[in-house]
Design a protein. Structure first.
Length: 54
Protein backbone atom coordinates (compact mmCIF):
# COMPACT_ATOMS: atom_id res chain seq x y z
CA UNK A 1 0.00 0.00 0.00
CA UNK A 2 1.42 3.34 -1.04
CA UNK A 3 0.65 6.36 1.10
CA UNK A 4 2.09 9.81 0.68
CA UNK A 5 4.26 11.12 3.49
CA UNK A 6 1.91 13.99 4.42
CA UNK A 7 -1.07 11.64 4.86
CA UNK A 8 1.07 9.13 6.74
CA UNK A 9 2.25 11.81 9.17
CA UNK A 10 -1.28 13.15 9.68
CA UNK A 11 -2.57 9.67 10.55
CA UNK A 12 0.43 8.96 12.78
CA UNK A 13 -0.17 12.21 14.66
CA UNK A 14 -3.88 11.41 15.12
CA UNK A 15 -3.29 7.98 16.66
CA UNK A 16 -0.07 8.71 18.60
CA UNK A 17 -0.07 8.20 22.36
CA UNK A 18 2.78 8.75 24.78
CA UNK A 19 0.88 6.75 27.41
CA UNK A 20 0.77 3.56 25.31
CA UNK A 21 3.68 1.10 25.37
CA UNK A 22 3.32 0.66 21.59
CA UNK A 23 3.04 4.39 20.90
CA UNK A 24 -0.53 4.49 19.58
CA UNK A 25 -3.97 4.91 21.10
CA UNK A 26 -5.60 1.57 20.25
CA UNK A 27 -9.14 2.77 20.99
CA UNK A 28 -8.79 5.85 18.79
CA UNK A 29 -7.18 3.75 16.05
CA UNK A 30 -10.06 1.27 16.06
CA UNK A 31 -12.66 4.03 16.06
CA UNK A 32 -11.00 5.62 13.01
CA UNK A 33 -10.90 2.26 11.20
CA UNK A 34 -14.53 1.48 12.00
CA UNK A 35 -15.62 4.96 10.95
CA UNK A 36 -13.84 4.63 7.59
CA UNK A 37 -15.34 1.17 7.04
CA UNK A 38 -18.81 2.59 7.73
CA UNK A 39 -18.18 5.32 5.15
CA UNK A 40 -17.08 2.70 2.60
CA UNK A 41 -20.13 0.57 3.33
CA UNK A 42 -22.46 3.54 2.76
CA UNK A 43 -20.74 4.36 -0.54
CA UNK A 44 -21.06 0.76 -1.69
CA UNK A 45 -24.75 0.74 -0.77
CA UNK A 46 -25.27 3.90 -2.84
CA UNK A 47 -23.44 2.38 -5.81
CA UNK A 48 -25.48 -0.82 -5.59
CA UNK A 49 -28.75 1.12 -5.42
CA UNK A 50 -27.75 3.18 -8.43
CA UNK A 51 -26.83 0.07 -10.42
CA UNK A 52 -30.16 -1.57 -9.61
CA UNK A 53 -32.09 1.49 -10.77
CA UNK A 54 -30.22 1.70 -14.12
Amino acid sequence: MEIDEKTYNEIAEMIHSDQSPVGIDAKKTHILILHKLTQIEKRLDEIEKKQKSD
